[in-house]
Design a protein around this ligand. Structure first.
Ligand code: GLY
Length: 344
């Protein structure tokens, strides 16, 4: 069996499964919109339904999943199919990888973000208190099944959020794809080819460095500042509208490209190219001067470590990235001021 399959879901694949017991993990959305596309292809199976959203990617929901597998008397030859976005894949995979020391699992990612990023590379985790992906393991699913028909169930904003990771893949490793990416109309895209090319970039990187000892860190481009912006907005819900992951990463990619330009890696023309495209697609986020320092403080996972060096991944040029580059507090603050000057 091929590990990664980009094709329409079909009965013949599921007929070959050797597992004795099968469960499908869904949330309210994927149960309603995605499960009907899968249901008739599956042999006899159970359903485990959990609440949707990052706020449920925790130990309590994991306990619910382990309890269901236990109640179904699943043995070590059973299979969990994770039908959903990043939360379902990360948490379902984590629960499968730890249930009875590990049962097989298959990812069927249904969001663009999960198809091009979360489902590829074997990272499985749950959040712990305020710490994202703090408890987890590396383990690959037996299969990842990518059917871009699921993308038809998604609103534009959700597609645009996932698209940020495709922009990232092109910028860090595929200059030719960057030229294609800029021409894509998200509302009318023919996703199969574009998704395949984006996955190719991620696969090439994770195959060389599955446990993120070095090269895999280039996938964090845009995420040092992007995650800080995301955390800031998550923890200050009273202040702002909710930012989607990709919207935060879009800001992070502009900021980190500006730092790369200041450090003499990227040319002015490349920076203008990157920020011009990103700003044409993503909402412009107002950031107050007083918020800049707070956002930068979020780049340190443990806020008590404020002041220590942060290492990030920066573009060397469009299509190539470096990792383990020291980013000072000033680099990051200046880059947020730069972003602010573009959107004010
Ligand atoms: N999303 C980054 C990685 O999988 O390494």
């Amino acid at each position: 069996m091929d590990h990664l399959r980009i094709e329409k879901l079909n009965k013949s694949f599921f007929e070959t499964l050797p597992h004795r017991q099968i469960a499908v993990l869904v949330d309210g959305n994927t149960h309603r919109f995605c499960y009907p596309l899968l249901q008739n292809f599956l042999p006899k199976h159970k359903i485990i339904s959990i609440s949707s959203g990052e706020e449920h990617k925790n130990l309590q929901t994991s306990t619910q999943i382990w309890q269901a597998l236990t109640d179904f008397q699943f043995d070590r030859k059973s299979l969990l199919i994770n039908l959903g976005g990043g939360v379902i894949g990360d948490m379902g995979g984590f629960c499968a990888a730890t249930y009875k020391r590990g049962i097989d699992f298959i990812h069927i990612p249904t969001t663009l973000l999960a198809q091009v990023d979360a489902s590829i590379g074997g990272k499985l985790a749950i959040d712990f208190k305020h710490l994202k992906n703090h408890i987890g393991v590396f383990q690959n699913p037996v299969n990842v099944l990518i059917d871009t028909d699921f993308l038809k169930t998604l609103p534009f904003e959700e597609l645009r959020s996932g698209f940020a990771e495709m922009i990232k893949h092109a910028l860090i490793a595929d200059a030719a794809e960057w030229e294609n990416i800029k021409k894509i109309d998200i509302r009318n895209a023919d996703w199969t080819q574009i998704v395949s090319r984006s996955i190719e970039v991620k696969k090439k990187v994770v195959d060389q460095d599955p446990h993120e000892k070095g090269l895999r860190k280039i996938l964090n481009f845009g995420h040092t500042i992007g995650h800080a912006v995301e955390s800031f907005y998550l923890e200050n819900t009273d202040l702002k509208r909710k930012l989607r992951h990709g919207e935060a990463i879009a800001i992070g990619m502009i900021c980190e490209s500006q730092i790369a330009k200041e450090k003499g890696f990227l040319s002015e023309a490349e920076l203008l190219d990157i920020q011009g495209f990103i700003l044409s697609l993503y909402p412009r986020q107002f950031i107050a001067p007083s918020e800049i320092e707070i956002i930068v403080s979020y780049t340190s996972q443990d806020k008590k470590n404020w002041g220590k060096t942060i290492n990030g991944s920066l573009l060397k040029r469009i299509g190539e990235a470096n990792y383990d580059i020291a980013l000072s507090e000033k680099d990051m603050k200046d880059s947020l001021w730069h972003y602010k000057s573009l959107v004010d």
